[in-house]
Design a protein around this ligand. Structure first.
Ligand SMILES: Nc1ncnc2c1ncn2[C@@H]1O[C@H](COP(=O)(O)OP(=O)(O)OP(=O)(O)O)[C@@H](O)[C@H]1O
Ligand SMILES: [Mg+2]
Length: 236
């Protein structure tokens, strides 16, 4: 049986995709599922004696249970430069294509209950001159959870992202609000507005938690786990 997969998209870069993905991995683990994280493509990676290592992928690796010791299995494309993946790939002489990422996803998910795949940047961030980041969920056939970084402008960014996800033919399971800005005015009113405007349910809201442990946020994602389980039951 293939693993239950989900693609974690975001309204932008730096809005909490990694934070939410790690919290979701903990929530899945708390629900008794073997869940592994994946960052198929990462730019901004550090050179180490073991090779290039990206902070997002390391965080996903740490939140995976049982552990996934093979780093390259969860981050097949690690690029050094902290810029758009298509530019980092060009600088590294790498052409990002879908087939090897599909194979890596299939082998990572073998024997697992769930795979949480973190996207890169926003929905249309370029991976190459011809491949947008949205090719990952469409190419892997994954439903999407949209992380909305709760800050001024998010009502627009969230609606645009949701429209693009649906226009690309993906299933939008729901959205997670992530309180990245502790100074955001009218947080509750903005959450109410997102509930009204977005065409999919709210699957949880994550608190502002600087230097926090994503495991503490797992209980807030019970609805996300239930949505994934329901999706798995439907596709069986
Ligand atoms: N709920 C939160 N409370 C406090 N800090 C947060 C929260 N969510 C995210 N952050 C911080 O905001 C920064 C960006 O978060 P994160 O790395 O998860 O974003 P991202 O969308 O995955 O970014 P990228 O596009 O680089 O992958 C990080 O420093 C993270 O620790
Ligand atoms: Mg990230």
């Amino acid at each position: 049986m293939s693993a239950l997969g989900v693609f974690v998209a975001g309204t932008d870069t730096g809005i909490g995709k990694t934070w939410a993905s790690c919290a979701l991995l903990h929530a899945l683990r708390d629900a008794g599922l073997d869940a592994v994280g994946m960052k198929p493509v990462a730019s901004g990676s550090e050179a180490t004696p073991q090779g290039l290592r990206n902070a997002d992928a390391l965080a996903l690796q740490a939140a995976s249970a049982p552990p996934q010791p093979d780093y390259a299995a969860l981050n097949p494309v690690a690029l050094a430069e902290p810029v758009s993946p298509h530019l980092a790939a060009r600088a590294a002489g790498v052409e990002i294509t879908l087939a090897p990422l599909r194979a890596a996803y299939a082998s990572l998910g073998a024997g697992r209950d769930a795979v949480v795949v973190e996207g890169v940047g926003g929905w249309l961030a370029p991976l190459s001159d011809t491949l947008p980041a949205s090719a990952l969920p469409t190419g892997l056939g994954l439903p999407v959870i949209l992380v909305v970084g709760l800050r001024l402008g998010c009502l627009n960014h969230a609606q645009l992202s949701a429209r693009a996800i649906l226009a690309d033919g993906c299933a939008l399971l729901g959205w997670i609000g992530n309180a990245i800005d502790p100074t955001m005015a009218r947080l509750d009113d903005n959450l109410d507005t997102l509930c009204r405007l977005l065409p999919a349910p709210c699957l949880g809201v994550l608190d502002y938690a600087p230097d926090g442990d994503p495991a503490t946020q797992a209980p807030a994602l019970a609805r996300a786990v239930a949505a994934l389980r329901a999706r798995g039951a439907r596709s069986r």
